[in-house]
Design a protein around this ligand. Sequence first.
Ligand code: PLZ
Length: 443
Amino acid sequence: MTIEQKRVLTTAIPGPRSVELHARKTAAVAAGVGTTLPVYVERAGGGIVVDVDGNQLIDFGSGIAVTSIGNAAPRVVEAVQAQVADFTHTCFMVTPYEEYVAVAEKLNELTPGDFEKRSALFNSGAEAVENAVKIARHATGRQAIVAFDHAYHGRTNMTMALTAKNMPYKHRFGPFAGEIYRVPMAYPFRWPTGPENCADEAFETFTSLVHAQIGESNCAAVILEPIQGEGGFIVPAPGFLARMVDWCRDHGILFIADEIQTGFCRTGDWFACEAEDVVPDLITTAKGIAGGLPLAAVTGRAEVMDAVHGGGLGGTYGGNPVACAAGLASIETMQAEDLCGAARRIEGIMRPRLAALAEKYPAIGDVRGRGAMLAVELVEPGTKTPNPELTAAVAKACHAEGLITLTAGTFGNVLRFLPPLVIGEELLLEGLGILEAAFGASA
Ligand code: PLZ
């Protein structure tokens, strides 16, 4: 069923049915599972989410960068319906099927690097990261893994250890997995000596820390999101990524690009590494890969991936046939509808409006991101002191007007925008208008 691409508010947000459901949620669901906006969803499609009270909200979140091709996208619906009627599960490790192989072939073809590759499929981003670490350690015979400040890699034990932020992800959940080392991020806006020095100094700090505290020959891999997601859409200072990866290669250290949030057209390329001509040894993907069905992958150099003995990788559901059918349909949609181009067009519309907003409101300290992955970082005017209160107030004001926006950042002071790549221009502009009004009311 197609949903009219129009914002409609019939009740307060959240409406009475949502309030009722939320009371049931509180009584039934573990308190640790949070809620950004307690609006209960009935249907969704394109750039619209329809709630149980009949409100139609504009979606600037895509379920955290997942429904890039739109919710219930037609090709995905059709492929899933057909697959679910054929068979739902056999376990690929028991009796395999073509859909899994076809997804692996697509990933090997679409990811950066014109060398032979292999892929393995999993269920979640965190699981993909866990497996990338397993593979890197096995292939190199080394243990240390280097992660960055502001990194987010998941909520399982290993990926919690890789994730930088304590609240809410790590607090009282230790002890964490060992042999994880952290280095400063090349974060231009907050680099102590200024953005112009960021790439060089961050690179020097990186190499000297790896040398002095770990030893290059003990280091299996470095993992980095080419644009950090949960950490606040931090784009590394230009040049840092390429230099860091070159240095790693000289020392036999693998580079794992965590493209779980940035991948699949989100930043205007198939993968964010491409903008800097960086070729990872291993790349983790999830989220946008399958239009909302749980699918994730590790893709990498054949010799690294194949280093692991037969039976060393897997899981009951990894590469489930229904998820694979959705993955193939999603990739087909991205290709047929040129969604990389769509992400660039979204940036072309949003970035000037965000820049103008920053001119008007000195609380906006930085506008950044790439493609349809854009953010503003909020500070106390004239300083770099984070302003999480204003961030929360603006997000809340947007929610009340029927615009789904998300926050992010180590200091909770980043408003991030992740519209579906198929969002219509009118909705995009209306959403921006709501955001501007929210600043007017809160800043
Ligand atoms: N790596 C770069 O962005 C997931 C987290 C939402 P999973 N980001 C959304 C939350 O609060 O749990 C993410 C990511 C990057 C890994 C992950 C983990 O992916 O599919 O959530 O496990």
